[in-house]
Design a binder for this molecule. Sequence first.
Ligand code: FMN
Length: 168
Amino acid sequence: MNITDDHFRKTLGLFPTGVTVVTACSESKGHIGITISSFTSVSLTPPQILFCLSRKSRTHPTFKDSLYFVVNILNKDQAHLSEGFANHTALRLEEIATSYHEKSGCLLIGEAMGHIVCEKSAVYDGGDHDIIVGKVIDLTASPDHFPLIRQRGKYHTTGDLTPSSKIN
Ligand SMILES: Cc1cc2nc3c(=O)[nH]c(=O)nc-3n(C[C@H](O)[C@H](O)[C@H](O)COP(=O)(O)O)c2cc1C
């Protein structure tokens, strides 16, 4: 079967995902953020997660240099941040509501549903993407929000997933 880019994108786009902005920093490039939906958990012991990063991304050199990164899980009202960090708009990470994570020095996006702070533990070849694995070193959770969901190239949220004040 000849799998075209369009066929691949449209079929994989049926699968709903959450949306994150992954932040990192390096001395030469400063702070960066990129919209990422290819985020998943990998292992409980040790706690590890992964995401896939295009080798063509302008953020690729920063992730290569940076030991730490943060996965910011977006809430339903943050689609503008998803669009902003996916396109080369004038959206500057330092200008949106953020704070710094002390140990990693990475920026945390305010109002995100969760911040997953990681130390890069491995990078694997994933074709035109790198598979970046991180060991989780810190976590914050704000489960009292609705998540931002992406499916078929559009943003959604869901009323079926009930927010709560606890993460259990
Ligand atoms: C909802 C959404 C999810 C995305 N997920 C990924 C992803 O998992 N990996 C990736 O490399 N790019 C992903 N992208 C594309 C990047 O955010 C970005 O647009 C692309 O890398 C080109 O811009 P850049 O050179 O500034 O990185 C996603 C874009 C959107 C809108």
